[in-house]
Write a protein that binds this ligand. Structure first.
Ligand SMILES: Nc1ncnc2c1ncn2[C@@H]1O[C@H](COP(=O)(O)OP(=O)(O)OP(=O)(O)O)[C@@H](O)[C@H]1O
Length: 357
């Protein structure tokens, strides 16, 4: 089977939509991915009411692709973009300035809780866990915001499948984006990454302050902040300027990652930010063919560390191909209903039951 992505894209784009036009002409197809014999894509409706009428269209699109070749596995997810109006004008708000003096830590208007998701080093899956936890909490009925504060390597726009620059109609307030039931914002959507890499501490601090005080977050039960890895200016500013409910550390089971994670935990302790718990990512691998469990990076290291430190162990998430593919395709795995989505649903439940979300 060697179907070109363009052929599949064209086939999906030709599916008619109630009310006139096609999935293509109404610009509803997102994140189409072809990986061997597996095809995935997202159908994005402009709002939840339209999405509710599109299930037959989703089924027709899946069937149409399936007919293109034998042995294809096709999955399509239906999402709503929320009621965000089209941007009336290009944003005139400039992000990246020196911070405004502020007396002490301040709350974010309308936001009940702020969770900082950190890690000792990059690549442990902090952004993956943040986006999936946000989606799982939204699925459980919570009002969730997600702020990608990783200026040097913003990954939430890709993981949540959004790329348009948020609008600032009045030049003062930024209207956040909506994706998969989550209100989201990324510093990366507002600044030219090539300029941002030369920013010094104060510019970063100013940009983060703007993300917290000038974005119209609305009423949220919880705002999840995906921090850059390590222990730098962004972490420092966040904890000093904002009432952070608590920090959650994501780590892989290897000792070296844990060693780094300990540094991150020490930093939050020094900043008087409560450590709400640890999450182990890439914990165990279940072979999709035989179901055998393999502990690629070892297993249980994070639970053991949590016990040693006397902080809650919040959960373990397996290393899983779908998690990576769905993240790359802009539709987090937690949106679906497989075993990993269930693991995220359980994690979300733990946060809700513990009053953390
Ligand atoms: N449980 C998992 N199973 C499989 N792949 C995973 C898992 N968690 C994360 N990944 C993949 O690992 C890579 C790194 O993940 P991610 O970007 O979430 O890490 P990060 O800690 O946020 O890194 P950084 O801080 O450098 O952005 C991504 O390609 C992601 O899809």
């Amino acid at each position: 089977m060697a179907l070109a992505k363009e052929e599949i894209q064209a086939r999906v784009a030709a599916i008619p939509v109630p009310g006139g036009g096609t999935l293509g002409s109404r610009d509803m197809v997102r994140a189409l991915q072809v990986d061997g014999a597996t095809v995935r894509f997202v159908i994005e409706a402009p709002d939840a009411a339209t999405a509710a009428t599109l299930e037959p269209v989703r089924q027709a699109a899946v069937a149409a692709v399936q007919e293109m070749a034998e042995g294809l596995t096709v999955s399509a997810v239906l999402t709503a973009h929320g009621a965000a109006p089209a941007a009336p004008a290009p944003p005139s708000l400039k992000v990246g300035r020196h911070p405004t003096p502020q007396a002490g830590p301040a709350p974010v208007a309308g936001v009940d809780r702020i969770l900082a998701i950190g890690s000792g080093k990059g690549g442990v899956g902090k952004s993956t866990v943040s986006s999936n936890l946000a989606v799982a909490l939204a699925k459980a009925g919570r009002r969730v915001g997600l702020l990608d504060a990783d200026i040097y390597g913003p990954s939430q726009p890709r993981m949540m499948g959004v790329s348009k620059r948020p609008a600032s109609p009045d030049g003062k307030t930024i209207i956040p984006l909506q994706a998969h039931g989550v209100t989201m914002m990324s510093i990366g959507l507002m600044v030219d990454p090539e300029k941002a890499v030369v920013w010094r501490g104060p510019m970063l601090m100013g940009a983060l302050q703007q993300m917290l005080t000038q974005v119209a977050w609305g009423e949220l039960d919880v705002l999840i902040i995906d921090l850059p890895p390590g222990t730098g200016d962004v972490q420092l500013t966040l904890c000093q300027k904002t009432h952070v409910t608590g920090a959650v550390i994501v780590s892989t089971p290897q000792d070296v990652a844990l060693l780094d994670a300990r540094k991150a935990m020490d930093m939050f302790k020094t900043l008087n930010t409560p450590l709400l718990g640890l999450i182990e990512n890439m914990s165990t691998f279940y072979c999709p063919h035989c179901g055998e469990e393999t502990q690629i990076f070892g297993h249980g290291g994070v639970a053991h560390e949590a016990e040693r430190l006397g902080v809650p162990f919040l959960g373990a998430l397996p290393i899983d191909l779908d998690t990576r593919l769905s993240g790359d395709a802009g539709a987090p795995v937690a949106l679906g209903d497989g075993p990993v989505a269930e693991a995220y649903a359980a994690l979300a439940r733990r946060f809700i039951d513990g009053g953390m979300a």
